[in-house]
Design a protein around this ligand. Structure first.
Ligand code: PMP
Length: 387
């Protein structure tokens, strides 16, 4: 059932995962280069995380009160991310972004939000090739990613109606496209000088250093959103930032904003998240994984140049995108629309025992090492040789 022809929808029913390997219902094994779109950073069934979940499970999972893990996770998050003074938990990245945008609209009294073409901020916050009809009916202003002057102009022109600018420091779903430091700095400067809030969606990029891309870039956004691996691989979301903004949720205030949610402090997620951040994801491990991503990108780009093929690998550290274009890929318009070669390469790689996102999306996980990286690169090169 797992092997289908190009053009057909490839659906794999995965029944098991261990380390960096997954197995489908027919018993085919794959090395996992998808890493559950970054949520699977720890790999499958990491023993430290599994043990933390088991331990928490033994004491009950829906306790109806604050539990002992949530403060630890909040402390770990605030200690790592330079621009997060206070943090609140929810259940997904979508929810985190919705809450960050809604908080911005509440505190500024303005309703507009500047987003960037190609952005994916969640299932109902989608800006790929237009504004999804499922998005909440906010007043969206759409700019071009990596156009610093254009974005600064949009902030200036719309300042009177903008509550916030929300941006991925590296656009993930659009094609693993890094934001230029100059673009992101221009956003920080323009928003600060016009009283507009800047939200970094670090749902994917939080893995790229101990303190996310904000730490790498030295840029402090007003609000930051997180999800995915930060909950240890279970359903999770979080938003946080400046104390004066986040303290609007302080329930002792007479004008406190409400933020309810049955599973906002889900015991298993909190326990898994704490174990991951405090016992597994060290600076050294992040550096090693980013190095593997650099190695993969360099190999793939080297092969493309050697063979003179319109192909390139994009990204930063452990996030890699592959595209059938010479590049550079600086925004969604630079990603070729034709999906044919992309689909055939994907089938070739499955056949060679490597799984990744069909659109060319790769998120490395901790159990991977150089042999897997080199095996993946060699399998891609084998395909490029036939193009
Ligand atoms: N923001 C970004 C940048 C994402 O990549 C995603 C998910 N891929 C989300 C938000 C939404 O997160 P979730 O799927 O947990 O709702």
């Amino acid at each position: 059932m797992a092997r289908l022809r190009a053009g057909q929808l490839t659906v794999m029913l995965i029944v098991r995962g261990e380390g960096a390997r997954i197995t489908d219902a027919d018993g085919h094994e794959y090395v996992d280069f998808l890493g559950e779109y970054t949520a699977g950073l720890y790999g499958h069934s990491h023993p430290v995380i599994v043990e933390a979940i088991r331990e928490a499970l033994a004491d009950g999972i829906v306790l109806g009160a604050p539990n002992r893990y949530e403060t630890l996770l909040a402390e770990a998050v605030c200690a790592r991310f330079p621009a997060i003074d206070l943090v609140r938990f929810c259940n997904s990245g979508t929810e985190a972004n919705l809450l960050a945008v809604s908080l911005s609209r509440a505190v500024t009294g303005r309703s507009g939000v500047l987003v960037f073409a190609g952005a994916y901020h969640g299932g109902i916050l989608l800006f790929a090739h237009g504004i999804s009809p499922l998005n909440p009916p906010f007043q969206w202003v759409v700019g071009e990613y990596n156009d610093a002057a254009g974005a600064a102009r949009l902030v200036r022109e719309h300042a009177h109606e903008l509550a916030a600018v929300i941006v991925e420091p590296l656009q993930g779903a659009a094609g693993v496209i890094p934001g230029d430091p100059a673009f992101l700095r221009a956003l920080r400067e323009a928003t600060a000088s016009h009283g507009v809030l800047l939200i970094f969606d670090e749902v994917m990029t939080s893995r790229l250093s101990t303190g996310g891309m904000q730490q790498v870039l030295g840029i402090d956004p007003d609000l930051t959103t997180l999800a995915k691996f930060v909950g240890g691989g279970l359903s999770f979301g979080a938003f946080g930032g400046r104390a004066d903004l986040m303290s609007r949720f302080d329930p002792s205030r007479p004008d406190a904003l409400q933020h309810g949610g049955t599973f906002n402090n889900d015991v298993l997620t909190m326990a898994a998240g704490v174990a991951g951040l405090t016992r597994v994801l060290t600076d050294a491990e992040i550096t090693r994984l980013n190095g593997l991503g650099d190695r993969l990108r360099d190999r793939l780009n080297g092969f493309a140049v050697e063979r003179g093929i319109e192909f390139c690998a994009t990204g930063y550290g452990s996030l890699v995108g592959i595209h059938f274009t010479r590049g550079p890929v600086r925004n969604e318009h630079d990603v070729p629309e034709s999906a044919e070669l992309r689909g055939i390469l994907h089938l070739h790689m499955l056949e060679r025992g490597f799984s990744y996102g069909r659109r060319g999306f790769i998120a490395l996980s901790l159990p991977l090492g150089e042999p897997e990286i080199d095996g993946f690169a060699a399998a891609v090169d084998e395909f490029l040789a036939t193009v």
